[in-house]
Design a protein around this ligand. Structure first.
Ligand code: PLP
Length: 465
């Protein structure tokens, strides 16, 4: 499936054939000795040295090709080394490599205008950040300032970033070792029909009960103390949880009733992952603030931001907004963002995401339910899917326990290893495999990768009764 890439370029531009064991060794030892990695016990990891990438594929130093079915960290929407993005960054570096955020820059303004043009409702202004976590930090800061309230409600089973308030908002185990950092956060249960906190049996029931629960949380936490509710429009790392019909509209209504700012975290699902510019478009709701990052420029240069409603933006017409980052809206990042818009329009990216999701991915993985007893549920939309693996379909016992590590996590490690041995690099988390390939993946590559995962599921089936 991979193209004719037979080697890699070093940082001086010299091209080497794959199979240079000394080069690989150097990468490994520099990394092991001097790079301190995120979210890891340093002695327990063995990062893959990556030599090259192109389109939906990346290569290790031995020349093994991997289809990037996780788009790195679900950021690489336009794939590796997209020529338009690379050219835009190179061109911008040659004309004005950086300019600080309190000055005006043509590419920054152009990107803000383009984002406002596709954002829903009256979300017309963009505050740029360096990534997703800081976008959420600043969205919360705006909501607190505008409402004069402090508390923020966020879901269990959510991820909002690794920084101070963002990790407090996060509703998964990554928060545990980092508490307390922002104590004005309370969590609630979102809809998740397969493992319903409300014992619902239909999507309608789940929507109604999840909204009743949220309203109870608002009332008991004290509505006059709640500044914002932050929700991933489709929950990402915690399971690709697509909200049932009416849920997000119900959240919008509760926010209106109680004067709460609705923040949609679209760091993972914004910019095409669901086949819409913003994922809220698929659910017909308009939040007050949308946070974004990743897909805005495929992460070629770090960039994130907050899209702001006129109501909130105008509050700061006369009140100074206290916040900013030296590299906010970096011109190299914005140039890649503008190029992203060009590619999306020219290549019909949103339409192809919807088409490949509906025509290829959904029917294919749904058909696996007949053959793989380890498959509890498949769910998703566009180019964003999860396979939830179980030991028993009847009891829905997960293939590995929640937050499993070490020997407990072995069955999932075996499934992931089988995928990688077949040349596909999926995202695996707890008992799930996520399918989130670059949006430019060819149909042939997509079918090839899906076939490899189908085959790897036989490994999971051995643990399922
Ligand atoms: N919000 C969501 C929904 C995410 O998925 C992520 C990252 O995965 C973040 C926020 C944090 O973004 P970043 O890692 O760019 O800070």
């Amino acid at each position: 499936v991979a193209g004719a890439v037979t080697g890699y370029s070093d940082r001086l531009g010299t091209v080497h054939p794959f199979g240079d064991a000394a080069a690989e060794q150097r990468v490994r030892s520099d990394d092991r000795n001097h790079v301190f990695h995120s979210w890891s016990a340093q002695a327990q990891i063995n990062p893959l040295p990556v030599a090259a990438g192109e389109g939906s594929t990346f290569w290790d130093y031995e020349g093994n090709a991997y289809l990037d079915f996780s788009s790195q960290l679900v950021n690489l929407n336009l794939g590796h080394q997209h020529p338009d993005l690379v050219r835009a960054i190179q061109h911008q570096a040659g004309r004005l490599a950086t300019i600080q955020p309190s000055m005006a820059s043509d590419v920054r303004g152009e990107l803000a205008r383009l984002i406002a043009g596709v954002a829903p409702g009256d979300l017309n202004k963009v505050f740029f950040t360096n990534g997703g976590a800081d976008a959420n930090e600043y969205a919360v800061r705006m909501a607190r300032r505008v409402t004069g309230r402090r508390k923020v409600l966020s879901m269990y089973r959510s991820y909002h970033g690794g920084t101070s308030t963002a990790i407090s908002l996060t509703g998964d185990p990554r928060r545990w070792a980092n508490e307390p950092s922002d104590s004005s956060v309370a969590h609630f249960f979102g809809p998740y029909l397969y493992r319903s906190a409300f014992h619902s049996t239909t999507p309608e029931e789940e929507t109604q009960r999840a909204l009743e629960h949220l309203e109870n949380v608002i009332v008991l936490e004290g509505a006059p103390t709640v500044a914002a509710i932050i929700i991933e429009t489709v929950v990402g790392t915690n399971g690709v949880l697509v909200p049932p019909p009416g849920y997000l509209a119900g959240v919008r209504a509760l926010c209106d009733t109680y004067g709460i700012v609705y923040i949609a975290d679209e760091v993972m699902v914004g910019f095409g992952r669901l086949g819409e510019w913003f994922a809220v478009d698929a659910f017909g709701v308009t939040p007050d603030l949308i946070t974004f990052a990743k897909g805005v420029n495929s992460g070629y240069v770090p960039l994130g931001g907050v899209v702001i409603s006129d109501r909130i933006a105008s509050f700061f017409d006369t009140v100074s907004f206290q916040g900013g980052l030296t590299y906010s809206g970096h011109p190299l990042a914005c140039a890649a963002g503008v190029a992203t818009f060009d590619v999306f329009e020219r290549d019909g990216i949103l339409a192809r995401v919807r088409d490949l999701g509906e025509r290829v991915i959904e029917p294919e993985i749904a058909s696996w339910l007949e053959r793989h007893p380890s498959l509890g549920e498949v769910r998703g939309r566009g180019m964003f899917w999860a396979l939830e693996l179980v030991r028993s379909r009847e009891t829905r016992e997960p293939l590995v326990p929640f937050n499993a590590a070490g020997a407990d996590a072995a069955p999932m490690a075996e499934v992931a290893a089988a995928c990688k041995a077949a040349g596909v690099w999926p995202f695996t988390h707890f008992n799930r495999i996520h399918i989130a390939p670059p949006l430019i993946i060819t149909e042939g590559e997509l079918r090839h990768g899906l076939a490899a995962i189908d085959a790897a599921l036989t490994v999971a089936d051995r643990f399922a009764g």
